[in-house]
Design a protein around this ligand. Structure first.
Ligand code: FE2
Ligand code: FE2
Length: 379
């Protein structure tokens, strides 16, 4: 299965014309299943060229990664007591885009009689849902980077990817711990996210794993973390996101560095395939992750709630911000303007081309780096 075989939205560029029925019709059917299987269709490559530093930028990244290994158990203060309701109330007050602040007229909707308690419940569930999907996405990254260790032909990239496997294990660990210990448990993976991760993992070309995971999913995650971190007043989550982001910036840079050279050697048809893969992944993340399970849990039909959410200022701003890293990184890779500029045109139609000159992640990586003293010495 490839990403392009997914049925497209009626007009994927217009949030008002997203085919909500079709999206909500796809639900997880195997919520009790503990193990999910998908096919790894790629060749495993050995290399006998062990020359360290043949790819100097990847070598520098590898050395940086070795010095940046924090420990989620000792570097985060798990003794912090989290009161989710107080946090959500404080965060909503600080967030002018929240539906709770009343920027949408709800008088003719299922929400007309809703008060603070109901919105509080939605906000709590919504944060829980999002952190849960981050956790599942982190496991996707864990699996993808393990795959990259096997499939990438260069020793410097295998070395670097190995450090990322460790990073992603830590990310799954801390999100899972936060959800279980501080929020009382999380949500199963959203069916659309699972299908996207499946498509990325199942692709047979090694560079598609990078493009799907390192550039698109991690680029979006880095933007989402960057949006959430200044908004939250909860100190443990703030710190957790700071540590995770310091790794994620390196991961996106790894994708940019690895693919930049590789793409110079591809022909027009191969480039177009990559442009389409990137765009479809972006559209799916933007249009299909609608928190439908949250509405089900609070007893509202998602068909009533989702169209309203899609029109909320918060959602529209958030959806645009998700592209703040993806667009400049695609530009850096040469994907935006390659060939006839197909991807530039698509991002223009989506209304996110304005991010093209924002810092790409290779440039801004140092912004996210941990300071000296952030990593405690092993006991
Ligand atoms: Fe991660
Ligand atoms: Fe990552």
């Amino acid at each position: 299965m490839s990403i392009t075989e997914e049925p497209a939205a009626k007009n994927p560029y217009d949030p008002n014309e997203i085919d909500i029925e079709e999206i909500l019709g796809v639900t997880a059917t195997d919520v009790d299943e503990l193990v999910h299987t998908c096919k790894n269709n790629a060749d495993t490559l050995f290399t006998w060229d062990y020359t360290k530093g043949s790819k100097p930028a990847l070598d520098r990244l590898y050395e940086k990664a070795k010095k940046s290994q924090w420990n989620g158990q000792t570097d985060l203060d798990w003794s912090i007591d989290v009161d989710p309701e107080a946090v959500v109330a404080a965060d909503a007050a600080a967030n002018p885009f929240s539906m709770m602040s009343g920027n949408i007229d709800l008088s003719d909707t299922v929400f007309r009689n809703w008060g603070e308690d109901e919105w509080m419940k939605v906000a709590l569930e919504s944060q829980n849902w999002m952190l849960s999907q981050f956790m599942h996405g982190e496991q996707g990254a864990l699996v993808c980077t393990a795959k990259i260790v096997e499939t990438v032909p260069w020793i410097d990239a295998k070395y670097y990817a190995a450090t990322q496997v460790m990073d992603e294990a830590r990310h799954v660990e801390v999100f899972s711990q936060y959800l279980n210990d501080k929020l009382g448990g999380g949500y199963p993976i959203n069916a659309h996210l699972r299908m996207l991760l499946d498509d990325i993992v199942e692709h047979s070309d090694w560079d598609m794993t990078y493009l799907g995971m390192q550039i698109m999913v991690e680029g979006l995650a880095l933007a989402a973390f960057g949006f959430m971190r200044p908004m939250t007043t909860e100190p443990l989550l703030k710190e957790l996101l700071r540590y995770v982001m310091s790794d994620e910036a390196r991961h996106v840079a790894f994708g940019v560095l690895s693919l930049k050279d590789h793409y110079q050697d591809l022909n027009q048809a191969e480039i177009r395939e990559r442009q389409e893969f990137a765009f479809e992944a972006a559209l799916r993340m933007r249009n299909r992750l609608l928190q439908q399970e949250v509405w089900e849990r609070v007893g509202v039909d998602p068909r009533d709630a989702v169209p309203l959410v899609l029109r909320s200022e918060e959602r529209i701003l958030f959806q645009q911000m998700l592209f703040a890293k993806i667009v400049p990184n695609c530009k850096k890779l040469g994907l935006l303007d390659a060939g006839d500029g197909w991807l530039r045109e698509r991002f223009g139609e989506l209304g996110v081309i304005q991010f093209e000159d924002w810092a790409d992640t290779e440039e801004e990586m140092s912004v996210f780096e941990l300071a000296q003293g952030d990593i405690t010495a092993p006991a």
